[in-house]
Structures are given as C-alpha cells and as structure tokens.
Design a protein around this ligand. Structure first.
Ligand code: NAD
Length: 459
C-alpha cells in the first residue's frame, strides 16, 4: 500500500478536509461479515416492512438535507443548489421504492400446463457497489435503496473525493432504522476491491464510473461468475434539427452542458446542429456560455463551480488543446485560470470533427462540442457513430417525428425530447455500448439483483 489514508480536499480552497485510514483486509472482512449477519434477518422481513424502513430513510434525507448538501459541496465543489436538489432526488427515489417496491417484487402466479407455478423475487445476498464522486449521495442511494428493498445486504466503496459523504449516508440509513451493518462502507484500495469482488459472500457487483474502470471490474467479476451492472461514461448527443425551436435548443443545451459543473455522465456533451441552424446556434450558444458566472459554489449567483480535482481539470484542458490542435475552433473559454480552486472556464469548441477528443471521447467538465450536420438524417448518423450510448436529446417542433427518431433510431438508453433531464425514479436509467449495461430505477432497477426463482407445484 503506497498511501495510508484516503484524503478529501475542498476543490475551492485546495485544503484538506479530512483523512480516513484505509481498512486492513481483516477490517474490510468484518464489514462484509456484519452485512451478511444483518442480511440473514433482513431477507426474512416482509416487503411492506422493508418498504417502511426505506420510506423512513427518505424522511431522514429530507431532515438532514442541508447538512448533507453542505458536505457534498465541500467535498466535490458542486453548486449548493445542485447538492440540495440531489438530496431531494434521493428522497424521491426512497418514496418511489417504498410505494412501488412491494408490488414490483411480489410473487407472480404463472400459467403452466398441468401444474400451478409462481415466480418469487428472492434476495441474492450482498451487492457490492463501486461509485464515483460526481453525485456523492445519488450514486450511492440509487443502487443501495433498490437492493435493500429487494432484501439484499449492500456494500459501498465510494470515490476517495467523497469518502465523508459515504460515511454520512451509512450513519443516516442506520439512524432511520436500517439494521446496523446491513449497509457497510469500505475504505479500501483498488487491489483490496478486487479481493472483495472475489469474496464468497459477495453475490453481485454494480459500478458507476469510467469505461476503463468498468472493464477491469466486470472482467474481475466475470472470472468468478458474478453478475454486474455497469453505468459508464458517455458523450451524449443533442440533435438540433432543421425545425427546432432555436431559442429553446440553445438555452436547454447550455443548461444541459453546465449542470453539475459539467461533470455528469448524462450531461449534454455533443451538439449536432444541421446546416440550417448551425451559425446562429454557435453564436447564441457561445454568447450564453461566455456570460456564465464562475465562482464559489455556495454563492447563489454562481453558475459554475470548480472541477472536482486538479487531475480532472488537467485532463479536460489536454482534451480541449488537442481538439484545437486537430482543427476544432475555440469560440470561448479554453484558458486555465490562475489562482486558488480547480476552476475551468465554460468553453465552446465549434467545427468539432472526427479524430478530435471532443468528437470521439467524453469531455468531463464544462466544455461543449458543436458539430455541423448536413441534415436531420446526417445528425442522427453522427450521434449514433459514438462508441458510447447513455442518453441524448432531440430538438424539433415535430414531436411525432422526434418520438419516432427516439424510439426507432437513437441508439442510447435514454432520450429527452425538447428538454434536458438527468434521472427520474420511475424511469429506467442506463446505457448501451461502452456506456454499460443493466438499469437503475423503475421496476427494471428493482429487479437487477434478485433471484427470479421459478417454483412449480405438481397437480
Ligand atoms: P473512475 O472510473 O475513475 O472511478 C469511479 C469509481 O471507481 C471510484 O470509486 C474509483 O475509486 C473506482 N475505481 C476505479 N478503478 C477501479 C479499480 N480498478 N478497482 C476498483 N475500483 C475502481 O471514474 P471517475 O473518473 O472518478 O468518474 C467519472 C466517470 O464516471 C465518467 O466517465 C462519467 O461519465 C462516469 N459516470 C457514469 C454515470 C452513469 O450512471 N452512467 C454516472 C456518473 C459518472
């Protein structure tokens, strides 16, 4: 082990917030054992009983909203407003799960010849989650609440940057009435994480993060034949078609790119605009981007806070510079500011083309890639040319046409028509291609980590 502690650092002041010693292998093993012990009782509790605890977690999240929001903003630099909204979303996930979980997970009678049969959704055991820093609460809540409703135990390895948020959530769940130890938090290295995946008591693995890490984790789980859900990155395309409402498209695409300091898997990232609208879109978009207020994320007027870390900022800047070197046009931003805080200005790249990082890869920060398409068909072709496929959007006044494009042609897991959004508790969330597989939220998410067991009774 090269480093003895996990360290959290405020991205605004660059000062250390806290350090957390790594757990020894034995300590990590104890967290697994405690979760398994609590699981033995939890799995026997009725669906309604479990739903009551989930509802109480939702209430507790609302009660502690301000405290949690302040901690998240401190750890990762999110706008305080976004942190508060995030806690509200987590509480809404608890509400949805508590009210729909018992029905979704109830036993189902099935027709079979000459016998009676039913399917029961049995818990599987402990689900291990590996999560990123960009939504310290939501990332951990969305898989854990579904798995707890299903009767499983849950472990969390959070990203180093938001270690405090992971611990906060564990304590909050227990204060709300979740059995002690059922939801365990691990302070471990990536090597130790590999051993957790192999541990006999771990029955499923869910990971949100980069496709690079996802490949490693899924391969490890594959070696020991354990189911995975992967929620990975993307470079979501928003199509601005010939008949788009241009004002709405510009305004929404600006907000969709800058939301959460530009560090969201489903941020709008590539804007594919047909020739008819291209010049006007670039001009209006750049004007709005150039006016974005960057500053302290706690200040109500701030629209863009600092990026989470020095390394993420450097990576983004390298991608912007390489894109420009390969022919992209820098319309605004693109310069690394001096001074404290890991700020990066709202940046617009136009004439983005194949071969440039802004076209091929994910830019995980406040930099927009604008791409010119010949016509509507060409825009759809460019969008689907990505190796990613998480979300996307369509701007068109012809909603019927947009619905068809979304349903039949858009090769992603989610599509937003004439809007930008992140997640809804009732709608499946997840991607295709290099954006991963499996779903969170909705009935689909509730059934990811259950044993759909078939039981047939003769006669
Ligand atoms: P990352 O993959 O580096 O880290 C994410 C988590 O995985 C962290 O907890 C990290 O410690 C852990 N991790 C990384 N390598 C690991 C390994 N070998 N073994 C065990 N754990 C490992 O991602 P990041 O750069 O911190 O986060 C940003 C990425 O996450 C972006 O690509 C973004 O699009 C993606 N993301 C996806 C979603 C989604 O729902 N699809 C949501 C948020 C973020």
């Amino acid at each position: 082990m090269t480093q003895e502690h996990l360290t959290t650092i405020d991205p605004l002041t660059e000062e250390v917030i806290a350090t957390y010693p790594y757990m020894s292998d034995e300590e990590a093993g104890n967290v697994i054992e405690a979760s398994q012990k609590a699981f033995r009782d939890w799995r026997l509790r009725s669906l309604d009983d479990r739903a009551e605890v989930i509802a109480a977690i939702g209430a507790k999240l609302r009660e502690k909203k301000e405290e949690f929001a302040q901690l998240m903003t401190r750890e990762v630099g999110k706008l305080l407003k976004d942190s508060r909204d995030e806690v509200d979303l987590c509480a809404a996930i608890c509400d949805y799960t508590a009210s729909h979980g018992p029905e979704v997970l109830a036993d189902e009678e099935r027709e079979v010849d000459g016998a009676s049969a039913f399917v029961t959704h049995a818990p599987i055991g402990i689900v291990y989650g590996i999560q990123p820093w960009n939504f310290p609460a939501y990332q951990a809540v969305r898989y854990s609440i579904a798995s707890l409703m299903a009767g499983n135990g849950v472990l969390l390895k959070h990203a180093e940057n938001c270690t405090g948020s992971g611990a906060f959530l564990r304590d909050l769940y227990e204060e709300a009435g979740l059995p002690k130890g059922l939801f365990g938090v691990l302070f471990i290295t990536h090597d130790q994480s590999d051993a957790i995946i192999e541990h006999d008591l771990i029955r499923g693995v869910t990971m949100t993060g980069s496709d690079k890490a996802g490949r490693h984790i899924a391969a490890k789980a594959g070696e020991v034949v354990k189911k995975t859900v992967l929620e990975l990155g993307s470079n979501d395309a928003y199509l601005v078609l010939d008949d788009a409402d241009l004002d709405l498209a510009v305004k929404t695409c600006v907000a969709g790119r800058i939301y959460n300091n530009g560090q969201t898997c489903v941020n709008a990232k590539r804007f594919i605009v047909t020739e008819a609208n291209y010049d006007a879109f670039v001009k209006a978009y750049a004007e709005q981007f150039a006016a974005i207020e960057m500053g302290d994320p706690r200040d109500e007027n701030t629209q863009l806070g600092p990026m989470v870390s020095k390394s993420q900022r450097e990576k983004l800047h390298r991608q912007v510079e390489e894109s420009v070197a390969k022919g992209a046009r820098l319309v605004t931003g693109g310069e690394m500011p001096d001074g404290k805080g890991w700020f990066y200005p709202a940046t617009v790249l136009a004439d983005v083309a194949p071969g440039q990082p802004a076209y091929e890869d994910e830019l995980f920060g406040p930099a927009a890639s604008i791409i010119k398409a010949k016509d509507d068909e060409d825009a759809m072709r460019i969008a689907n040319g990505s190796r990613y496929g998480l979300g996307g959007g369509i701007f068109s006044k012809d909603v019927e046409k947009a619905r068809k494009l979304a349903a039949i042609h858009f090769d992603t897991g989610m599509v937003f028509i004439n809007s930008f959004d992140v997640a809804s508790p009732s709608l499946p969330f997840g991607g295709v291609k290099n954006s991963g597989y499996g779903r969170e939220h909705g009935p689909e998410g509730l059934k990811e980590f259950v044993n759909a067991k078939a039981i047939k009774i003769a006669g």
